[in-house]
Design a protein around this ligand. Structure first.
Ligand code: CU
Length: 162
């Protein structure tokens, strides 16, 4: 009898410690999830821009692992690359975009997009632009983004389904 009470007490203590450890871990985002992200980038394109100063860019990041975050984008094409979301007709600059665990982050016309600002030259259809995606956990991913016709849109209408 006494022994059983002791065992129960010890278990409760262990559980309490585990819980405390857990809430510490979630305060520190880096150790949130032990599973590593496994990212792949596909379907990238830049529509040939109408302006000399600015271009947009699209791509899809698929993730077969734990959650990650797209934190910035750099390119030799532009002084600055910003991340934008679109709500209705208004676009809003974002600091980062979540790449959900076992999910995807989609950039598509009418939705999320990159803005290449202060272009060093105006990209033309057929060009390839080197772009580097930087993530919170994963190593940076370098991609060659083809410049397509101004009206190119591989996924008209909707964006998530395959
Ligand atoms: Cu924008």
């Amino acid at each position: 009898m006494n022994r059983r009470i002791l065992t129960g007490g010890a278990l409760a203590l262990t559980a309490g410690l585990a819980l405390a450890g857990c809430s510490d871990a979630s305060a520190d985002k880096a150790s949130d999830k032990p599973e590593l992200p496994e990212l792949k980038v596909a379907g990238a394109f830049i529509p040939e821009p109408a302006m000399d100063t600015m271009a947009s860019g699209f791509f899809t990041v698929t993730n077969k692992g734990g959650a990650d975050k797209l934190t910035s984008v750099t390119s030799a094409l532009a002084e600055k690359v910003t991340l934008h979301s679109t709500k209705g007709n208004a676009m809003k600059e974002q600091k980062s975009f979540a790449v959900p665990a076992n999910g995807e982050l989609d950039f598509a016309r009418g939705g999320n997009h990159l803005m290449f600002e202060e272009l060093k030259h105006k990209p033309k259809q057929g060009d390839k632009v080197a772009v580097t995606l930087h993530f919170e956990k994963s190593d940076p991913i370098e991609i060659e983004v083809p410049v397509k016709a101004a009206t190119y849109n591989p996924k008209p209408g909707k964006h998530t389904s395959h």
